[in-house]
Design a protein around this ligand. Sequence first.
Ligand code: THU
Length: 136
Amino acid sequence: MPSALTASQRRRLVAAARRAAATAYAPYSRFPVGAAVLMADGRVFTGCNVENASFGLTNCAERTAIFTAVAAGSRRLRAVAVYTPTPTPTLPCGACRQVLQEFGPGVPVLSVCAGKGRVETTLAALLPHAFGPADL
Ligand code: THU
């Protein structure tokens, strides 16, 4: 089971996710999302949702963030934060849970929003009995 984050790691990750939401390209849903991933090497990468006129091609913020990390040579995921400017927090969608699991099985997930609510959970809780590389 992954260890808990320090208060400063948490603050850094949440602030990065919040900033990333400002770059969201979400003209169709008008639902901007920002995500930040803390990697085991200490680096933080961010992502936003990127929509398309061909709606199904939309990429979620969480996948943008982890793909950015991997493309930069950083593969070991330590924690994820998601920010939406909504009254209640947003959790990663099913597709993103699976993609995140590949690089950080069971890691902490923090979801924060414009309201007071926040969810602190883990990928282990969000994606039980996950399929992964060991199953191949
Ligand atoms: N979205 C994300 O970026 N992450 C989530 O966890 C949930 C959904 C995006 C996809 C789409 O651009 C918009 O939010 C509405 O579904």
